[in-house]
Design a protein around this ligand. Structure first.
Ligand SMILES: NC(=O)c1ccc[n+]([C@@H]2O[C@H](COP(=O)([O-])OP(=O)(O)OC[C@H]3O[C@@H](n4cnc5c(N)ncnc54)[C@H](OP(=O)(O)O)[C@@H]3O)[C@@H](O)[C@H]2O)c1
Length: 295
């Protein structure tokens, strides 16, 4: 078994690598085929997924059975003013990987986002719901999904949301650092979604990609909350004294519009390999307990 992991130095890429090296995640052991697999973890400077010729050369030479694409242009606000580059990384990049995957008959697992949805509604979006993104990030990610599905047969499109983990920048670290500095923080209370621990997502990705259960998946922490609720739990679990003040989104000036409601239902996981995603509060508590132990 040969794997290629692109965008390997990002938050999710590093989490996947860490689980493979440990042979297990907090959810349990991973398949022992990973012990014997040949795995290339490639960062942006080693393989730029936006250049078709480079992607084809690399993949046709290495000939992986499985490709996991963790590369993306993830700065949602920056995408609004850097449209061509967002389009290249989030849409052309996965298209290139799909064309190459098809040539070598590899499976391709591509990671996408809850921001493909409009945010209208009040029940969790399922895989059959029609996306209607409201930001450049969401629009380019949606096109990436479509290119993947059009250009290769053996695909998994895995949508996640509100991701945090040990590696890289994320909301949990931002709130912990800000709460330690200030006694009070304002956080928006009118956007709801699913905080997702990267450990849980990576565990499911590594399980899914060994199967032939192709399709679109939602893979997020169970339960939903607002960013305000999320921030309250972060300071509570971290044991930091800080008042979190709920505000509305119109109080902060951000370049990109966010979906008001983007909670996802992990229906496809439930109906195939099983949904072992933890409730967001349990996964957050475990994450912060680990951080506290390291201090
Ligand atoms: N973070 C979230 O809250 C969130 C929410 C929903 C969905 N997602 C999705 O989850 C996936 C993983 O996100 P993440 O949080 O791990 O993102 P991340 O930490 O920003 O990592 C993305 C990686 O992609 C690399 N990259 C950018 N352009 C590239 C290119 N042209 N060729 C190759 N690599 C390139 C980046 O490298 P450089 O930094 O060196 O450019 C970075 O290492 C993405 O598909 C994202 O859209 C994330």
């Amino acid at each position: 078994m040969k794997l290629l992991i692109t965008g390997a130095k990002g938050q999710l890429g590093l989490q996947i690598k860490s689980i493979i090296e440990r042979g297990k995640s907090e959810l349990g052991e991973i398949d022992n085929r990973y012990n014997y697999a040949e795995i290339k973890y490639v960062a942006h400077n080693e393989l730029d997924i936006t250049i078709l010729s480079e992607v084809l050369n690399y993949i046709e030479e290495y000939r992986p059975n499985i490709i996991i694409n963790c590369a993306a242009y993830t700065n949602v606000d920056k995408c609004e003013n850097d449209i061509d580059n967002a389009f290249k990384v989030n849409a052309i990049g996965p298209r290139n990987l799909a064309i190459a995957a098809q040539r070598v008959r590899a499976k391709l697992l591509h990671v996408s986002t809850d921001y493909v949805f409009s945010g209208e509604g009040n029940t969790p979006f399922r895989e059959y719901d029609i996306p209607q993104p409201v930001s450049i990030y969401g629009k380019t990610k949606l096109l990436g999904e479509q290119y993947v599905m059009k250009n290769c047969n053996k695909y998994f499109v895995v949508r996640t949301a509100w991701l945090y983990g040990k590696y890289g920048k994320n909301f949990v670290y931002t709130i912990i650092n800000a709460a330690k500095e200030k006694g009070q923080l304002e956080v928006v209370d009118d956007q709801r979604g699913n905080p997702t621990n990267a450990e849980d997502l990576a565990h499911h990705i590594l399980k899914l990609v060994l199967t032939d259960e192709y399709g679109i998946y939602h893979c997020t922490g169970n339960g939903e909350c607002s960013w305000y609720d999320f921030a309250c739990k972060i300071v509570e679990f971290a044991g930091i004294k800080c008042t979190i003040v709920p505000i509305t989104s119109d109080k902060i000036n951000r370049a990109a519009k966010r979906p008001v409601y983007s909670s996802l239902d992990n229906m496809m996981l439930r109906c195939t390999i099983g949904d072992e995603m933890r409730h967001w509060e349990d996964a957050l508590k475990a994450f912060i307990n680990d951080l506290n132990k390291q201090e």
